[in-house]
Design a protein around this ligand. Structure first.
Ligand SMILES: [Zn+2]
Length: 244
């Protein structure tokens, strides 16, 4: 968590609800009513009137805990589903939406190559899964950088017509989202996205690029996104049902 996020979201408080623990960010301000929001990345924020005591606020949140858990369950279905991999021969891996099989071969090298429908891993010890994992992840990362830059160039050809300047890309392995933007010049993409079909990668890039102009998910944002990519909803649905 960054200092900026703490400032924006308020102070963190933890609430127990059955076996669930709810982290919520409480922010006091000039407002009449208390508002609890559950965000698509599962964050819970509470905007409270300045005069209210923290105790009262947390009691209110606790009373709404059932609703909060339900909202989070709803949003969870749209998150990346990334099962644990074992990094052994025969296992399926995706790259740009296509399925490949892992072949782990023992020899002195430490390399990864995509040949035909196979991802060949050469490793000094094929039973050392940690090393295989590191090699495969590094391969994905290198290919993700190249693929995302290529797709960004193509997507930006359209986006620039709407006054969006070309952002920089940063990669990160994220478990909760495909991408995010800081609202300035950088978009953050999940390295795992390189496993998805190209038209889904383009959707995430376009979505984050539109955030450079409009930071929230307002009507204006979706209007801009639809101008840049008329079939974004189809692509989004495809990404959500894509099994990694
Ligand atoms: Zn968004």
């Amino acid at each position: 968590m960054t200092a900026g996020q703490i400032q924006r979201d308020g102070r963190l408080h933890k609430i127990e609800f059955g076996s669930e623990r709810i982290d919520c960010f409480v922010r006091f301000g000039q407002r009449n009513r208390l508002r609890i929001s559950v965000h698509p990345d599962l964050r819970v924020t509470v905007d409270a009137p300045a005069g209210k005591s923290l105790e009262d606020v947390l009691a209110r949140v606790k009373r709404r805990a059932g609703w909060i858990v339900k909202q989070r369950t709803f949003f969870k279905q749209f998150m990346p589903r990334l099962p644990e991999k074992r990094y052994v021969s025969g296992e399926t891996f995706y790259y740009l939406g296509r399925q490949y099989r892992l072949k782990v071969v023992q020899n002195s090298g430490g390399s990864v190559k995509l040949i035909g429908r196979f991802i060949w891993v050469h490793t000094p010890n094929r039973h050392e899964r940690r090393i295989v994992k590191r090699l495969v992840q590094r391969w994905y990362r290198e290919h993700a950088v190249a693929a995302f830059e290529r797709r960004l160039d193509i997507c930006h050809e359209t986006a620039k017509r709407y006054g969006i300047s070309r952002p920089l890309i940063r990669l990160r392995r994220m478990t909760r989202r495909w991408g995010s933007s800081n609202g300035r010049k950088v978009i953050l993409l999940n390295t795992e996205l390189v496993k998805a079909p190209i038209h889904c990668i383009d959707y995430v890039i376009m979505h984050e690029m539109c955030h450079l102009k409009i930071t929230d998910h307002s009507r204006g944002f979706y209007r801009l996104l639809s101008l840049c990519m008329s079939d974004w909803e189809r692509r989004k649905a495809r990404l959500e049902q894509f099994g990694f």
